[in-house]
Design a protein around this ligand. Sequence first.
Ligand code: CP
Length: 301
Amino acid sequence: RRHLIGLQDMPRERMEGLLHRAQHFAEGHDARDALAGVAVCTLFFEPSTRTRLSFQLAAQRLGADVLGFDASTSSTSKGETALDTLRTIEAMGVRGFIVRHKEDGAVAELAAHAAEGTSLLNAGDGRSAHPTQGLLDMLTLRQAKGADFSKLKVLIVGDVKHSRVARSDLHALRVLGAGEIRVCGPASLLPDDDTLRGCVVSHDFDAALEGADALMMLRLQRERMEDGLVNSLEDYHRDYGLTRSRVLRAAPGAVVMHPGPMNRGVEITDEVADGPESWVLRQVANGVAVRMAVLEDLLRR
Ligand code: CP
């Protein structure tokens, strides 16, 4: 339990314990001395707004010393490898590394070479995993719909193929026993491996919305996409964009979620993103609480 790489092997009891602790932090409690004297570094080789800043804030609220690392202004630009970068910062006495990288498996690979006593937390690797996003999405769902997921119909929509968020959400929803997991998107943006095992898969968004309790919209990840996977943004919006009239097809009280950053006017309209059903900013707030829980769990002596 030194690192947090993904959610697929996390026992339900541990996940529920982290969510319980995160809810405690979300209610305004703190633990100012939990990581006093512990140094952590946000080691980001890919851009981020929410994940990096909320991890930094979470670590500060636990009393840690926090270093920020930005690949674009570091010696990475002179050719230093990720592993040499990790070892260099480890040598300064840093014990916790929050790592984002564009390659699948990069964080696990770094963790395998980390010094004894160092913990790595995956802040998103390639298309593989974004475990703290998965946890904050589960915390948001619990706040909206209660802790019993067994009757919940959750619909994940859009670019699942390129989405580490979707993969972590799917693992977490399975661990927590979600009643029905629906996945909807164009065939070109749905994975054809076992990512979607046990899910109800559809290409018809309007039909998939019927009776859904939570609508988890995904960003169209054009930076990870080869040409031709979507015809045009207008076509994508027509077929898979969440509009007000589509929200009304879902179950009464359905919540709308999006991990951000949003492509407004593509996968979601302004009216929905900023509307009464939107829990998008609550997800951001929950990110701080979840990351406090995870950092405390892994780094507290
Ligand atoms: N959801 C998410 O990972 O956002 P950032 O890329 O801004 O961290």
